[in-house]
Design a protein around this ligand. Structure first.
Ligand SMILES: [Cu+2]
Length: 595
């Protein structure tokens, strides 16, 4: 589990005007073997500081963050690290998007990422942005409003169990403490073999992950005795004190599945989406797409026992999810059964593995109910009902300056590989990186023809020279993401969680079938849009359409503010690697590093 404060070394620097806290953070990437679901022996992956998941990074709004990323000499793979949801205002070079904002870090290489966390708080995460490394290189990145809002104890901070009567706060909300629920996925196939399959000529559709993980753990096969598997840590345990209220920081670091979860006998009150505080929304079911984050208040107000946190997988064709965790009320009677202290990990050498709802029912209370796919999202799950605490000053019913429809289609290429091609634009090729290319060019000669031609109206606006979508600060641009029928995966209409780097966006509307601008331009299905950085294109039910046919869509609005080169992509990592990604080139003449 995650040692607390491990990464953080705090230096206070003062100047005559501003007092900024500098957080020096070190990310050492090295090869290690992990076996997060207790399946045979695991395999080698690249890890942050030898840990899976990576240790949390905690900062306070306004901090100067200085991160040194070192790639081990023997790692045998290049990499970059991205801070998902962090705006990188004025520091696009620290965004960690390979071949766009930097050349990847080679084995033995070091890269420095310096940025300020400006005007944002909440729940984020960091992850590798190269190949499939984000299955193992990923950890929470949490931004507090003030230093006083940092938690004083931690789920896994064994030596630091004491009651703090100080409330923690963000905006209008206060709570006693916080816990992280970090969702991810695990394949038994080694990352390089899986990458070869995805990008090679034998590709026949995405393969299901073998396990879904909560805080980096689950048990693939609970019938295998723990003694048969070395280093099996069992299910994650989230410890709570009776009567306390917790902020659950829920992080969707899955790379394929959207996971829904419930906690038996407990309601949750959602208060944050992707860093934006929302009006409290009570629910017993939270659905988390890859790249999304939520905070929910959890009151430990039930009889002090243990309760399952159970999950279901959505939009992958297989609802089964083996991600389980246990919400455990601190209670003396469990100490006798081999648990001690306030640790998220059981302390015995060979920990007990809970068997879901079988012989251990007396230990862990009831499996919660989770809705089926068609019931979970008839209008876009709960998103249409969420209301921001502080709405942005913008009329979302007004027309945009431009609407750009992106239609990614899964296509077999002449060489037999499969790629997602967006609006027929060939996959971009920038070396060593787009940002560096722009440094060597006179960036004032950016081809703006596409912008001028399409300034008003409904068209593509792609710059074939830069292989980007040029946007200008101050523009209001609507993007429609059109989902199309897959060629593999039983010709399903796929769900795609689209993520904007550098800027938030606001979901305005979604629909099934094809987006037709003349008919659909004024539709609004999200009446109180909230600032998100990851929005799901929900799939339509199967209707027997041929591959490539438009089947569902979402429209998001960008209030363009931040000069930079910002990735805009599906957060299903395999889709991204197969081409479902583009770059928004925002006012390059105003990017500081290009001055
Ligand atoms: Cu996708």
């Amino acid at each position: 589990m995650w040692p607390y404060y491990l990464l953080l070394l705090c230096i206070i620097s003062t100047s005559s005007v501003v007092v900024a806290t500098v957080r020096e953070i070190e990310i050492d990437l090295s090869v290690g073997v992990v076996n997060p679901d207790c399946y045979t022996e695991g395999y080698e992956v690249l890890l942050v500081n030898g840990q899976h998941p990576a240790p949390p990074i905690r900062v306070t709004k306004g901090d100067e963050v200085r991160i040194t990323v070192r790639n081990a000499e023997d790692s045998n793979r290049e990499t970059t690290i991205h801070y998902h949801g962090i705006f990188q205002i004025g520091t696009v070079e620290a965004d960690g998007l390979p071949y766009v904002t930097q050349a990847p870090i080679p084995p033995g290489g070091t890269f420095q990422q310096n940025f300020r966390v400006i005007d944002q708080t909440g729940t984020y995460f960091y992850h590798a942005h190269s190949s499939l490394q984000d299955d193992a290189i990923h950890g929470p990145f949490i931004v507090y409003e003030t230093d006083e809002d940092w938690p004083s104890s931690d789920d896994d901070d064994n030596d630091d169990v004491y009651f703090s009567y100080k409330k923690l706060r963000e905006g209008p909300y206060e709570y006693d403490d916080e816990r992280v629920l970090f969702f991810s996925e695990w394949w038994h196939q080694d990352q390089s073999d899986r990458l070869d399959y995805l990008l090679g000529t034998n590709y026949k559709g995405l393969t299901q992950s073998h396990s879904k993980l909560i805080n980096g753990r689950t048990v693939y096969d609970p019938t295998i005795l723990q003694d048969d598997v070395d280093d099996c840590d069992g299910y994650s345990v989230i410890n709570v004190e009776p009567g306390k209220e917790y902020r659950l920081r829920i992080i969707g670091s899955t790379t394929f599945s959207t996971l829904g979860f419930s906690i038996a006998h407990h309601m949750l009150t959602i208060i944050e989406v992707d860093g934006e505080l929302i009006e409290p929304y009570d629910t017993d079911f939270v659905q988390v797409a890859p790249g999304q984050r939520f905070s929910a208040l959890l009151r430990a107000d039930q009889p002090p026992e243990s309760y399952y946190i159970a999950t279901k997988s959505y939009f992958t064709g297989d609802p089964n999810s083996n991600a389980l965790a246990i919400l455990r009320y601190n209670n003396d009677r469990y100490e006798k059964r081999g648990y001690t202290g306030d640790s998220g990990k059981q302390q015995a050498n060979k920990p007990t593995i809970f068997e879901p709802c079988s012989t251990s029912q007396a230990l862990v209370r009831d499996m919660p109910y989770l809705p089926d796919e068609e019931d979970a999202h008839p209008r876009g799950w709960l998103f249409p009902d969420f209301r921001p605490v502080s709405p942005v000053d913008h009329d979302f019913y007004s027309p945009p300056d431009r609407t750009i429809v992106l239609t990614p289609v899964e296509q077999e290429m002449p060489d037999g590989t499969t790629r997602w091609i967006i609006n027929n634009h060939m996959p971009p090729h920038w070396r060593p990186s787009l940002l560096e290319n722009l440094q060597h060019m006179n960036h004032r000669t950016v081809n703006r023809t596409a912008v001028d031609m399409n300034w008003h109206g409904y068209s593509d606006g792609y710059d074939e020279g830069h292989q980007t979508y040029p946007l200008e600060v101050g523009e209001v641009v609507d993007f429609v993401i059109q989902s199309t029928i897959l060629s593999g995966n039983n010709k399903a209409c796929a769900a795609h969680p689209w993520h904007t780097h550098g800027m938030v966006h606001y979901a305005l509307a979604n629909g099934i079938g094809e987006y037709i601008h003349e008919l659909d331009c004024d539709i609004r299905t999200y009446s109180t849009p909230i600032a998100q950085d990851t929005t799901l294109v929900y799939p339509a039910p199967r209707i027997g359409l041929p591959s490539g046919s438009p089947c569902s869509w979402v429209k998001i609005r960008l209030l363009v503010t931040n000069p930079g080169l910002w990735g805009f992509h599906c957060h299903i990592t395999s889709h991204m690697l197969q081409g479902m990604m583009t770059v928004l080139e925002v006012s390059p003449e105003r990017i500081p590093i290009l001055q």
